[in-house]
Design a protein around this ligand. Structure first.
Ligand code: CP3
Length: 354
C-alpha cells in the first residue's frame, strides 16, 4: 500500500525516466554542488545564516538555497543542501567549518564508544524537514536528490580530523587497530542506510552516495569494501525499492570493478579523470552514466568548454546518460559559463538516441 502511494507521487521528468531505463526526449542535467558560492543569491542567504552549519540546519534557508539553481538554470533535479559531515556530527563527533573547510575533533575509541546510533537520534530532523519543504516547492517533473558520504570517505574525515594526510590515517588505523576500524565501518554502513532511507521518506526519490576518497582505498581492501558498499545499496533498495541509487567515485580505474561488485546501483557518477570513450566501451550498456565534465573546464569557458562538452555528449548520448560535472562546481566559476554549458546540453540534439 505504502509502495503504491509512493509510486503515484514519483516525479516523472527526464532524469527519473532515464534512471528507470526509459528513453527521453532530452538529456537530463544537473550539476554537483549546484547550490553554492558561485551564485550571488547563495552568498546572500549564506551571509544571512552566518555560518555554513546554521545554513544546513535551518530548513527554510536550506530549502531556499536548494531551489536557487533550479530557478536560475531549470535543472532536472535538485540536490538537498546539506553536507556529508552531518553524519559524524549527528553521531557525536564535533564538526566545524573554519574558513569553510571542514575540521573534526579527533576520533578516539573512547569517543566512538559514546556515539549515539543514528537510528536512535533525531539530530538530522532539520535535513528531513528541508527535504519536505523543498519537495513541496519543486515542480512534479523534477527529482529531489538526497545524499550521504560513503563509509571510507566519512571514516577518512573522522580519523584525520582535518585536511592533513587523510588517506594514510585511515589505512593505518585499519592495520593497527582492525577491530576498531571494522566497528567504525559497520557503524557508518548502518548510518548511511538510516540517513538515506529517512531522506527518501522525506521526499527524495533519488539518492547519491559520495565516495570522494575512493582513490585512496588500499588495493587489498577493494573486495571487502565492495561488500560494505553493496550492503548499503542492497538495504536501501530493499527498504525503499522506488528510490534510485547513484554512486560517485573519485578516481578513474575502479568503475569497472564497481559494476562487478555492487548490485542494486542505478547509475554511476564518473569522476572527470575517466575518459568518456573508455567508459563507453567498458561499462555495461544498461548502466546509467552521469558526468563527467572537468569542473576546471567550466571555469575556463570559451572554445574549450564548447569542445569538451560536445565530445562528451557525442560519446555518452548513445547510452542512458545524465549530463553533469565530474566533481563539484568550483566557487570561481562564472555564471555565464554555466549558462553556456546548460545551452550546449539542451541544444545538443532534439532527441536522445539511446
Ligand atoms: O549543491 C549541492 O551539491 C548540495 C550540497 C553539498 C555540499 N557538500 C555543500 C557544501 C554536497 C552534496 C556536499 C558533499 C560533500 N561535502 C562532499 C562530497 C562531494 C565532493 O565534493 O567530493 C565532501 C567531500 C564534503 C565535505 C566538505 N564540505 C568539504 C571538503 C568542504 C569545503 C570545501 C568546499 O568544497 O567548499 C565542505 C563545505 C561545503 N559543503 C560548502 C558547501 C556549499 C562550502 C561552505 C560555504 O561557504 O557555504
Amino acid at each position: 500500500m505504502v509502495l503504491a502511494l509512493k509510486n503515484t507521487s514519483l516525479p516523472h521528468g527526464c532524469f527519473r525516466q532515464t534512471l528507470e531505463g526509459q528513453k527521453t526526449s532530452r538529456i537530463p542535467l544537473w550539476i554537483m554542488r549546484q547550490a553554492g558560492r558561485y551564485l550571488p543569491e547563495y552568498q546572500e542567504v549564506r551571509k544571512q545564516a552566518g555560518s555554513f552549519l546554521t545554513l544546513c540546519s535551518t530548513p527554510d534557508l536550506a530549502a531556499e538555497v536548494t531551489l536557487q539553481p533550479i530557478r536560475r538554470f531549470d535543472f532536472d533535479a535538485a540536490i538537498i543542501f546539506s553536507d556529508i559531515l552531518v553524519i559524524p556530527s549527528a553521531l557525536g563527533q564535533k564538526v566545524s567549518f573554519p574558513e569553510n573547510r571542514p575540521s573534526l575533533e579527533p576520533l578516539t575509541e573512547n569517543l566512538y564508544r559514546q556515539f549515539i546510533p543514528l537510528e536512535e537520534s533525531a539530530a538530522l530532523e532539520s535535513v528531513y524537514e528541508a527535504l519536505r519543504k523543498t519537495r513541496q516547492e519543486l515542480d512534479t517533473d523534477k527529482s529531489l536528490i538526497g545524499f550521504c558520504g560513503a563509509p571510507w570517505t566519512l571514516g577518512t574525515y573522522m580519523i584525520s580530523g582535518d585536511s592533513g594526510c587523510k588517506e594514510t590515517d585511515l589505512s593505518a588505523l585499519r592495520k593497527e587497530n582492525p577491530s576498531f576500524f571494522q566497528a567504525l565501518m559497520e557503524t557508518l554502513v548502518d548510518s548511511c542506510v538510516c540517513h538515506l532511507t529517512r531522506q527518501i521518506d522525506a521526499g527524495a526519490d533519488v539518492v547519491q552516495i559520495f565516495e570522494s576518497y575512493f582513490d585512496t582505498l588500499p588495493g587489498d581492501f577493494l573486495a571487502p569494501y565492495g561488500r560494505l558498499l553493496e550492503q548499503i545499496t542492497r538495504e536501501v533498495s530493499r527498504l525503499r525499492p522506488w528510490a534510485k541509487i547513484l554512486l560517485f567515485l573519485k578516481g578513474s580505474h575502479p568503475s569497472l570493478w564497481t559494476y562487478g561488485m555492487i548490485k542494486h546501483l542505478d547509475g554511476l557518477s564518473l569522476h572527470y579523470t575517466v575518459d568518456p570513450t573508455w567508459a563507453y566501451e567498458h561499462l555495461p550498456k544498461n548502466v546509467v552514466i552521469q558526468g563527467n565534465l572537468d569542473p576546471h573546464v567550466l571555469v575556463e569557458g570559451g572554445e574549450t568548454l564548447r569542445e569538451k562538452t560536445h565530445s562528451m555528449l557525442e560519446v555518452f548520448s548513445k547510452r542512458p546518460y545524465v549530463a553533469n560535472l565530474g566533481h563539484g562546481i568550483l566557487p570561481p566559476t562564472p555564471i555565464c559559463h554555466v549558462e553556456d554549458f546548460v545551452a550546449y546540453v539542451r541544444n545538443f540534439r532534439d532527441t536522445c538516441t539511446h
